[in-house]
Write a protein that binds this ligand. Sequence first.
Ligand SMILES: C[S@@+](CC[C@H](N)C(=O)[O-])C[C@H]1O[C@@H](n2cnc3c(N)ncnc32)[C@H](O)[C@@H]1O
Ligand SMILES: [Zn+2]
Ligand SMILES: [Zn+2]
Ligand SMILES: [Zn+2]
Length: 291
Amino acid sequence: MDVSRGLEPLPVSVWPRLEELPAFQYSPDHVLGEGGKPDPSEISFPGCSCHSASCLAPTCSCLHYGENYKNLSIKTKRSELGFSKPIFECNTMCHCGEMCQNRIVQRGLQFQLEVFKTTEKGWGLRTLEFIPKGRFVCEYAGEILDFNEAHRRIQLQTSSDSNYIIAVREHLYDGRIMETFVDPTYIGNVGRFLNHSCEPNLFMVPVRIDSMVPKLALFADHDICAYEELTYDYSGRYHNFLPIEEQSNTQEGKESKKPCFCRAKSCTSSLPYDSSLFHKDDRKSNAEEIF
Ligand SMILES: C[S@@+](CC[C@H](N)C(=O)[O-])C[C@H]1O[C@@H](n2cnc3c(N)ncnc32)[C@H](O)[C@@H]1O
Ligand SMILES: [Zn+2]
Ligand SMILES: [Zn+2]
Ligand SMILES: [Zn+2]
């Protein structure tokens, strides 16, 4: 009973039964969807020339911004400006070995996870074992779309549909914003079962390996006990990138508000809402395509 059908390094169990899960195609990695570019399977970066077992800053060209991981845990801290440095893992062109400390997300699932039926939020994802703070848990992988296709698919949703489409906006050093649209509704990985919480135990970080298209990697925000549900903050607050705009006051905005059942003390009572996916005009004026 493995929802990944052998495609992950560890099987992902389903409770109570795999047969009850609505159908979708499992893919551990992003796949190219409508309008998506560049191709997420395209190799875009040169490798480092380190011949050591593990790469170290500052000699490794992949570690230009300093080391990303220590003892398998992410080191990234938000800078004073509130933005994280970009993370580039060693890739297929690098000369270092498979055990290089700068290869974490590419190793895939390392903890036993389970897709389970929640009482109020549909399906969810939980861990069956303890996860230490900072460790990589899973990716949020799906079809890579362009804005128009993401917008088209969002418009087709009804208020009772689960939304799986995520828009990630990263600030580039020169002030530009890079946007990535991922939809795991039809083709995706275990990340599609992660529910939102206003006090989450995971945070999302864009991590680049071979391709310019970032992997959306989820790391443990603090130690997580066995059987805890895994959640992240859909709004992009905390460690993430650009927080999405506050809910607009338009009638459409109100209609799109969904109640949040995260049960956290600080619960804001509704799910975060990215108005830019619904209304083309709400896109930030300085958002542009950089490819
Ligand atoms: C990415 S999916 C998560 C998996 C989903 N629960 C399922 O059954 O496939 C996002 C959807 O799950 C539901 N959801 C996620 N977090 C929630 C929360 N805190 N409260 C209520 N519903 C939630 C909403 O329907 C949302 O559109
Ligand atoms: Zn390396
Ligand atoms: Zn190196
Ligand atoms: Zn909440």
